[in-house]
Design a protein around this ligand. Structure first.
Ligand SMILES: Nc1ncnc2c1ncn2[C@@H]1O[C@H](COP(=O)(O)OP(=O)(O)OP(=O)(O)O)[C@@H](O)[C@H]1O
Ligand SMILES: [Mg+2]
Length: 359
């Protein structure tokens, strides 16, 4: 028995056959048990439990402790006693086959994708002033993560940005953008997202992007949360590019983020407006840090900026050479060993250290 395989207590033959077939296709190994009561230890440990109405009807199953991720799989509509038993057992979801096969595939894929190393992390990036360099920095962190062999999910949360894929030069990349994505339930599968979204990673890791489009809206708070949580469950580093006026989506990200990085050019006015932003964030964000960037028109030091803003520096960077023209041409990549690459590495390290300390 294992903590990584779903537990299946299904005695109806046709439903069990379907589950076995779907699991084999999803590359997911299962622990199949004849009943829930004898599998009490696995009930608590398994990442996902699939049951049928017969398993819930057994005497003793009602005394099992409550747990999440219990799914009832059926091939016919439930009658009232079956709904009651499902409710009593804390069933979170009922999937009716064959119609909801793809939802079951997604649940099983989520389990197989879950890394042994544990959960992912969430970084929010916001500008201390308009045009501070937040979107460029968010992209740089996601690239640094993927280049280092990690899995990054870049989420554009700025509906008026016209698309963070433009920063990546990936506006032609095939895959969905926010206006095409409909999140119907509170849970989405990272495996399904990875299939549907542009993957612009190179080298060992990968970088999946959920960008706004050139038209249409951005995410709802619920959709943003479902996507971020899918990434976290699957061990991704989720990087969210936030608008300065946070709004419901921005605050939702702040609630989920391990760290909010505020990008501040080393200028007096930028420091003053970043201070106002940090004051608003302070009461809700788990941790806030600054990305202080050059050029500084009047040689303002990083210490003075950090003091004025009232937050700790995560990194201090020089201006990235030739950035503006690279962005115009859709050719932006942080230079190897350059200011953005080093700054992104600093922030990734801070993010990971934070999450390790909290674990
Ligand atoms: N690290 C950097 N070094 C030098 N220039 C930069 C840097 N980052 C951004 N810039 C300049 O600032 C411009 C705006 O960057 P970006 O779009 O990332 O800012 P933003 O904070 O996301 O803006 P917005 O308020 O529109 O969301 C870029 O086009 C580039 O010219
Ligand atoms: Mg931006």
């Amino acid at each position: 028995m294992s903590e990584t395989r779903p537990l299946v207590a299904v005695s109806g033959e046709s439903v069990l056959d379907e589950i076995l077939r779907i699991a084999a296709a999803a590359g997911c190994e299962l622990d199949c048990v004849p009943d829930l009561v004898t599998a009490r230890a696995e009930w608590a440990r398994a990442p996902l439990v699939l049951v049928d109405t017969a398993a819930l009807g057994e005497s003793g199953s009602r005394r099992l402790p409550r747990r999440g991720d219990v799914v009832l799989v059926t091939d016919r509509p439930l009658d009232n006693p079956a709904w009651e038993a499902a409710f009593d057992a804390g069933v979170e979801r009922v999937l009716t086959l064959p119609g909801e096969e793809s939802d079951l595939v997604a649940l099983l894929a989520d389990v197989t994708e879950k890394p042994a190393a544990g959960k992912g992390t969430v970084l929010g990036v916001v500008g201390g002033r308009g045009g501070a360099g937040a979107s460029v920095f968010a992209v740089s962190v996601a690239i640094a993560c993927a280049d280092g062999g990690g899995a990054a999910l870049l989420v554009d949360c700025d509906a008026l940005s016209a698309g963070i894929d433009l920063v990546l030069g990936a506006e032609q990349a095939a895959g969905l953008r926010w206006p095409d994505v409909s999140v119907r339930s509170g849970r989405v599968s990272m495996a399904a997202l990875r299939d549907a979204l542009p993957d612009v990673g190179r080298g060992a890791g990968h970088l999946v992007v959920l960008s706004c489009g050139r038209s249409g809206g951005g995410p709802s708070p619920e959709a943003a949360a479902a996507v971020i949580e899918a990434g976290v469950r699957s061990g991704y580093t989720v990087v969210c590019d936030l608008p300065r006026e946070l709004g419901p989506v921005g605050w939702q990200v702040v609630d989920l983020a391990d760290l909010i990085a505020v990008v501040v050019p080393a200028e007096v006015r930028a420091s003053a407006s970043a201070h106002r932003l940090v004051e608003r964030l302070r009461y809700r964000a788990r941790r806030i840090g600054l990305v202080i960037r050059g050029p500084s028109p009047d040689a303002l030091s990083a210490d003075v900026v950090a003091d004025a803003v009232g937050s700790e520096p995560l990194t201090v960077m020089r201006a990235e050479p030739k950035l503006a023209s690279a962005l115009e041409r859709g050719r932006f990549r942080p230079r190897h060993g350059g200011p953005l690459a080093l700054g992104a590495a600093d922030v990734l390290a801070a993010l990971r250290a934070d999450v390790k300390a909290a674990a």
